[in-house]
Design a protein around this ligand. Structure first.
Ligand SMILES: Nc1ncnc2c1ncn2[C@@H]1O[C@H](COP(=O)(O)OP(=O)(O)OP(=O)(O)O)[C@@H](O)[C@H]1O
Ligand SMILES: [Mg+2]
Length: 562
């Protein structure tokens, strides 16, 4: 059987791992387990360089180098590198393609099937973008798994006799923060809750420290370097190094000679920073993570004293304020994972091994990190507003996956012509504040107000959302797959079964002896064909809607005529 590799596509660093004789092992790339997630364009050769070489170029060629692209995954935005405009997927694809080719050189094996990790708190769009980047890099992404869940797979559970064991995984990396609470019992690892913030990590700490240094230069040297790209690139590197050293020493000196020129004279930076200054600069971020862990424990149905272990993952969890704060918040001494920066990739390799059948007896139960639901008319709505904005969750967050759930809704008018199903992901009561995933309409059989509409959602391990709407009692249903894989930029894969309108039009045509002589029937047949074709070819929902209107008009004309 083909090996399934594990890849941690991190904000700052990425890693590749494999299961070797049952033991997860990191595959070194450029002689190192961590590949900086940095992409740089060499303007002379027109070629992209990735990883360590790209990181080194970031100071000299800031305009040609991109870091931390993971923070933009799932967003509809372009990043300029030199004269090229690239999407976040394009840039992540370059990192993954580099890992693939370099990993193949190191191992002598073809790397095709992979498990890629994402922050537990990534939403559908961010997961979809990750899969797309993998596919663009020529990888078969067999599964996307959550980073803290992956990290937990490396962690040895207790003996079965010891019974249940609860662990909290605190993962603070370069760009994202995730916390998951797991229950381990025998071979079953069950995620009880996950929370996080996809825009909180070491990058933010670097920025705070950078602002602090820029303020210092403004005060002391009377120079403002905030628009000097090259100085900023140098200082960003310097403050990151200082931050890392502050995890093990109480003071650091930042020395950067000849940062820029002012009135023909060089500007030097010579500054001492204390750990306590740094920690007060980032206090709000660290406190925000403690807020999340308290809620994660609560949502898991536990008290802090129920936790057996707290495992630290991610480079930023080395910060002493994190360790101290966790001790106070949870009353438990947190432990750094065996390899805080690598254990996510190692866990992805374990998951690959489970999927390839190399590891038996491991059952992993993961949860949805966000609620999934639809737009309804409800308490969040102003009666006079044209569009309702109430979000009704069908699959609440922290539900173990795979899962299927359904809810019944009611039509709001007599003979309502159709229902629009707008699917959202998030925790806010208003749809407008949640993440939009996709939408589709279903024509309705004429029925009185308050007729039942059942909406069923399924969410599988690959994050594929399957929605079925059914008009109860009328043999009228519509199935839509909002697939992480298949969904293109715009729409959703729609409609498997024939709907009520199509059946009605067919029946009207069939009831006529010679429809070819009746201009209204010819019109109806044309409208039906165009509509059916649009549905089966997965045309954009706006086109389907407008063809649906045409079909409804054609049906009405025939009915009025008859
Ligand atoms: N000893 C340390 N003390 C403080 N910060 C550190 C230390 N070592 C690394 N970091 C920071 O950790 C971050 C990188 O961590 P890591 O490699 O776990 O992130 P990542 O996996 O790339 O990011 P993410 O998981 O958010 O996508 C960087 O911001 C780096 O500066
Ligand atoms: Mg990470």
């Amino acid at each position: 059987m083909d090996t399934i590799f594990g890849i941690d596509l991190g904000t700052t660093n990425s890693s590749l791992a494999i299961l070797r004789d049952g033991i997860p092992t990191v595959i070194p790339i450029d002689d190192n387990g961590l590949v900086p997630s940095v992409v740089s364009l060499d303007p002379e050769s027109g070629e992209f360089v990735i990883g360590r070489r790209a990181k080194r170029r970031s100071i000299l060629f800031p305009d040609y180098t991109v870091k931390s692209i993971k923070r933009l995954m799932g967003k509809d935005t372009m990043t300029r590198i030199g004269d090229q405009e690239l999407t976040p997927e394009d840039i992540s694809c370059k990192i993954l393609a580099y890992i693939k080719t370099q990993g193949e050189k190191t191992t002598g094996k073809t790397i095709s099937r992979v498990v890629i990790t994402v922050p537990a708190y990534f939403n559908d769009a961010q997961r979809r973008a990750t899969i797309k980047a993998g596919e663009m890099a020529g990888l078969d992404v067999v599964r996307i798994i959550n980073e803290p869940t992956a990290a937990s797979l490396v962690y040895e559970g207790p003996d079965t006799e010891a019974g249940r064991h609860h662990i909290l995984i605190y993962d603070l990396g370069g760009g994202t923060f995730d916390v998951s609470v797991l229950r381990i019992q025998g071979e079953v690892r069950e995620v009880l809750s996950s929370r996080g913030n996809t825009q909180l990590g070491g990058d933010d700490f670097d920025r705070k420290l950078l602002d602090h240094v820029l303020d210092h230069l403004r005060m002391e040297a009377k120079v403002d370097l905030s628009d000097d790209q090259r100085a900023i690139a140098r200082l960003t590197e310097a403050v990151e190094q200082a931050k890392i050293r502050l995890s093990v020493q109480p003071f650091v000196k930042i020395l950067e000679p000849a940062l820029a020129e002012q009135d023909g004279k060089p500007v030097h930076l010579d500054m001492e920073i204390s750990r306590s200054t740094f920690e007060s600069l980032i206090e709000e971020f660290i406190d925000a993570t403690f807020y999340e862990i308290k809620h994660a424990v609560e949502e898991a149905g536990l008290e802090p004293e129920d936790l057996d272990r707290v495992i630290l993952v991610g480079g930023s969890s080395h910060i002493p304020a994190v360790i101290e704060g966790l001790k106070t918040t949870l009353g438990l001494l947190p432990e750094l994972a065996v390899d805080p920066e690598l254990c996510v990739a190692l866990g992805a390799a374990v998951q690959g091994g489970i999927m390839a059948g190399e590891i038996f007896n491991q059952i992993l139960v993961d949860v949805t990190a966000h609620s999934l639901g639809v737009r309804v008319v409800g308490e969040e709505d102003d009666y006079f507003d044209a569009k309702p904005d109430t979000f009704a969750a069908i699959i609440p967050r922290n539900t173990p996956i795979p899962v299927t759930r359904s809810e019944v809704f009611f039509t709001i008018g007599d003979n309502q012509k159709k229902i629009l199903t707008d699917v959202f992901q998030g925790e806010k009561k208003q749809c407008s504040r949640n993440e939009f995933i996709g939408s589709f309409t279903m024509p309705l059989h004429p029925s009185p107000k308050n007729s039942q509409i059942v909406i069923e959602f399924s969410y599988d391990l690959d994050g594929i959302i399957h929605v079925v709407t059914e008009q109860k009692g009328y043999d009228n249903r519509k199935e839509v797959t909002m697939s992480v894989r298949e969904r293109g930029a715009g729409g959703v894969q729609a409609s498997i079964s024939e709907n009520y309108l199509q059946r009605k039009a067919k029946k009207l045509i069939k009831d006529t002896e010679s429809p070819e002589d009746d201009p209204l029937k010819i019109q109806l047949k044309e409208a039906l064909d165009a509509y059916s074709k649009a549905i089966s070819s997965g045309a954009p929902e706006e086109d389907i809607e407008s063809l649906e209107e045409d079909l409804l008009d054609a049906i009405e004309s025939v009915e009025e005529d008859g």
